[in-house]
Design a protein around this ligand. Structure first.
Ligand code: HAM
Length: 420
């Protein structure tokens, strides 16, 4: 049997990587304007970090982690997300000793053992940001706006910003009780997963895809109506800051997120056209995470977006990214002597920073011209014995058809002049 890539993973071929590079560059450009700096943490961490950080009762920790024992008998896990790692790194490197907030961004592969489908993979990629060291609600709004600006600058439209507050452990305690009371008479009607969640994690019943359509779901108590004074104030101030910037959002009491570290603000940005996996990015505040993993009291807020989902949305909305895959010059050669001369010219042109190519398969002149076309060459030049003897050749502009004779000694300068 042929060896195949593992289920739920994807190869990124050059026509794809050009788009990925564009997204990564664009995100860097925008995140830098907001004063976020790149952080790179390990692809695997001790399993304990995610158990304690994300929470034992979450789908991720219960069912989806790629966990293995290494040769030193340590339990390690391929990271299913980036937030816990960023917080661990912040604490371990004692960044809290510096002026705050600390604003980070990251991008890279994450791993979850999920059932693969469009927009859901086992190795997927996130671009994320985290702002640590203050619980100022302005930062919650900044984070949301930053993500929306990035997607909007890519040309995406019809994005819905869903906003909620999941409160603090104190308000959640009361809310949990209210929820249990509310769902009790409907227990039999809930799906088997939610019957299971009823005792362990009743908030997750609210965003269950299977039970979403049940009529009694509409009237379930709303958490943002049950917040303590501090959480309520915070939530209102987040909204005020979004209003200052005229950002559209909708309050969504059923948005509870799948990771246990969230406190106060929770949000998701959705594009309905994506079908069942329609969340492009999600995030929120996690003021208890640092202590959960053994550190001091450090508040934080962030989001992560799925790169594959951004690309699916671009495709769905028929948006072409402005990617230049053209080449500066293709040198067509006739005969061995010209081939060797071209080989030397290529080297000089490449040293001068130009993107140039020649034929390596001994193609006919016609075949080489086709090759220049396939490579999207902006200019081409034909080198044969005649040209070499006279020391001149004709540069052809492939788009306009314009041809100019130049001295071969000046090839690099002439090409640089045209490209600039
Ligand atoms: P999350 O909601 O689990 O949050 O994931 C964030 C985004 O990653 C999702 O909205 C989706 O676009 C993408 N994603 C998640 N799982 C998959 C998958 N199996 N296949 C493809 N894409 C996927 C987090 O990961 C949090 N760490 C976000 C955060 C940062 N919260 C605060 N700071």
């Amino acid at each position: 049997m042929k060896v195949r890539a593992p289920r739920g993973t994807n190869d990124l071929l050059p026509q794809d990587t050009a788009k990925w590079q564009y997204l990564e560059d664009k995100s860097r450009e925008i995140f830098t304007c907001y004063n976020y700096q790149e952080i790179r943490t390990p692809i695997f961490e001790t399993t304990d970090l995610f158990r304690r950080g994300i929470g034992e009762a979450t789908d991720i920790v219960e069912k989806e982690m790629y966990t293995f024992i290494d040769k030193g008998d340590r339990s390690l896990t391929l990271r299913p997300e980036g937030t816990a790692s960023v917080m661990r790194s912040f604490l371990e490197n004692k960044i809290y000793g510096q002026a705050q907030p600390s604003k980070y961004f990251y991008s890279g592969p994450m791993f979850r053992y999920e059932r693969p489908q469009s927009g859901r993979y086992r190795q997927f990629h996130q671009i994320g940001v985290e702002a640590l060291g203050t619980d100022n609600p302005a930062l919650d709004a900044e984070i949301i706006v930053l993500g929306v600006q990035f997607l909007t600058e890519l040309g995406l439209e019809d994005l819905e910003v869903h906003l909620n507050s999941v409160g603090c452990p104190e308000c959640r305690k009361n809310y949990r009780k209210k929820l249990l009371d509310y769902f009790k008479p409907y227990l039999e009607e809930l799906c088997s997963d939610c019957q299971d969640r009823y005792d362990r994690n009743p908030l997750r019943i609210l965003d269950c895809k299977a039970d979403r359509k049940q009529e009694f779901m509409q009237d379930a108590p709303k958490i943002y109506e049950e917040l303590c004074t501090e959480c309520d104030q915070h939530f209102k101030q987040v909204q005020q800051h979004l209003d200052i910037l005229d950002i559209d959002y909708m309050l969504d009491a059923r948005l509870v997120r799948g990771l246990d570290y969230y406190t106060k603000t929770a949000f998701e940005v959705i594009y309905q056209g994506l079908g069942s996996q329609d969340t492009i990015f999600g995030g929120g505040r996690y003021d208890g995470l640092a202590q959960e993993i053994g550190g001091r009291d450090i508040p934080g807020i962030g989001f992560a977006m799925g790169v594959e989902r951004i690309l699916l949305t671009l495709e769905e909305q028929e948006i072409e990214l402005p990617i230049d895959q053209s080449m500066d010059l293709f040198i067509t050669t006739i005969g061995e002597e010209a081939e060797q001369a071209a080989f030397k010219y290529l080297y000089s042109l490449r040293q001068a920073g130009l993107k140039v190519e020649m034929d390596y398969l001994g193609r006919s002149v016609k075949g080489q011209m086709k090759c220049a076309d396939r490579n999207n060459a902006n200019y081409s030049i034909i080198l044969g014995g005649d040209e070499l003897n006279k020391g001149v050749a004709t540069i052809r502009n492939m788009k306009s058809g314009e041809q100019v004779e130049i001295k071969l000694d000046n090839l690099v300068q002439e090409m640089k002049k045209r490209i600039e």
